[in-house]
Ligand binder design. Structure first.
Ligand SMILES: *Cc1c(COP(=O)(O)O)cnc(C)c1O
Length: 428
């Protein structure tokens, strides 16, 4: 087993998540099933926290990477805050017991209602992404008789060299304010009676594979804050450097955590700011697997397809980003290796979990585990093809607990209705 897949190990040929046998968990809760390791989730968070020990850094877990309230709760118990991008995520973070003073709210399209609710909750900062949005926050604060804490999201024009769908700190993307235009806007907003312009925010994208990208973003942030101070800014005290830490899917390497922390802490120290960070994938990515059962082996002249009961609606990353996920049988035994496509039942050729993959021969009825599925897995799932969304379980020691029920077929049509005019007897 890859070292990166902590929390998961084979014992006597059987896959375990923490101390619970995966085959039994799947038997109990059915497939497709997401399983998260509490030990891995909290262990990853702790490692990050320890890299920043000695400084006042707020580690805001990026809720959008895996927003199950039990996952958020497990991390909140370790002291994690939350990076949220919607009022839905705000509700999740609050119901999981996250301290509002550790919540930062990003996103380019916050609505009036979302702003009002976050203001009422008393969050640490709005990560504002444009001038009109800053004024919307200002109006909401005025209405509530408050001053809203805001950081301005800066687009530092640093290329994180990641997938075009997930790069967010380059010129021409919808995120943040151009770094050249930022000083004027800071000045303008600092004069607003209901805005407390408390700092700057940069999130480069995901995953960011080099320390140099972070270094270069930090250099720009430090220079910007120094310049703003020269221009008379007195309220800047928070530097939110976002998330984006990479994980091992196949043969990637993780960044050296201490080196990363050093860059962050040195930069923040230079400008005397408190640090905030927004790691998502680093914490949740390798802490979860998706389990699926083989329905059929389909052998054509050219190819063998392993058709499983999990599909692109459950885990869209292979189809959407071309991502590679390790796949292994839940029970090991002697078998030949073959090259196969692992596909789901959805009516799209884009519905695959792996293509041309060398895998041990898998038979119908067997369960397989798709690794690195803890981040951007369940949260990106849908009901496409009218498939109920998967259940989620978390292991805590030797216990596997259900943390989200499988959707039912009745759930699928909940909220839908046939207008009376379309009912029988109303024909024209
Ligand atoms: C998605 C997102 C993150 C988390 O990114 P990861 O790669 O999962 O660490 C952090 N901050 C913001 C603003 C985001 O949109």
């Amino acid at each position: 087993m890859k070292e990166a897949f902590e929390g998961f190990a084979y014992r006597n040929g059987e896959l375990y998540c923490d101390d619970a046998p995966v085959a039994e968990i799947c038997e109990r809760y059915g497939t497709p099933l997401y399983i998260y390791s509490h030990a891995a989730l909290t262990g990853r968070f702790r490692r990050l926290r320890e890299a920043f020990s000695g400084v006042d850094a707020t580690i805001c877990y990026s809720v959008k990477s895996n927003s199950n309230i039990a996952v958020i709760r497990a991390l909140a118990q370790e002291g994690a805050g939350a990076d949220i991008v919607s009022v839905g995520e705000l509700r999740r973070a609050l119901s999981a017991g996250v301290d509002p003073q550790k919540i930062v709210f990003a996103g380019v399209g916050k609505t009036e209602a979302e702003i009002a609710e976050a203001l009422d909750a008393g969050i640490l900062a709005f990560a504002v992404e444009s001038a009109p949005e800053a004024y919307a926050v200002g109006r909401a604060a005025e209405k509530a008789g408050k001053r809203a804490p805001i950081t301005l999201r800066i687009n530092p024009d640093v290329d994180a060299k990641t997938h075009r769908h997930t790069t967010t700190g380059k010129k021409g993307v919808k995120f943040g304010v151009d770094i050249d235009a930022a000083p004027r806007l800071f000045k303008e907003l600092e004069n607003h009676a209901h805005l407390d312009v408390c700092g700057a925010h940069i999130h480069l994208g995901s995953p960011v594979t080099t320390i140099e990208a972070y270094e270069s973003a930090m250099d720009k942030a430090v220079a910007l804050i120094a310049k703003l101070r020269d221009n008379g800014s007195r309220s800047l005290r928070l530097l939110n450097m976002g998330g984006g830490l990479p994980i091992v899917y196949k043969d990637e390497t993780e960044l050296d955590l201490n080196e990363y922390a050093r860059v962050m802490m040195d930069g923040a120290a230079k400008v005397g700011c408190r640090l905030a960070l927004e790691p998502g994938r680093y914490i949740s990515g390798n802490s979860g697997i998706l389990c699926a059962r083989v329905l059929y082996r389909k052998e054509t002249g050219h190819k063998t397809f392993i058709i499983v009961d999990g599909a692109m609606n459950d885990l869209i990353r292979p189809s959407f980003y071309g991502s590679w996920h390790e796949i292994r049988p839940v029970e090991l035994r002697e078998r030949e290796i073959e090259t196969v496509d692992v596909v789901g039942p959805i009516c799209e050729s884009g519905d695959f979990l792996a293509k041309d993959r060398s895998l041990p021969r898998m038979e119908a009825g067997e369960t397989l585990a798709i690794f690195s599925a803890g981040a951007y897995g369940f949260v990106m799932s849908s009901n496409y093809n009218s498939r109920p969304r998967a259940a989620e379980a978390m292991t805590i020691g030797g216990e596997a607990l259900l943390i989200r029920e499988r959707e039912t077929l009745d759930d699928l049509t909940r909220g839908e209705r046939i207008p009376e005019i379309l009912l029988d007897g109303k024909e024209s």
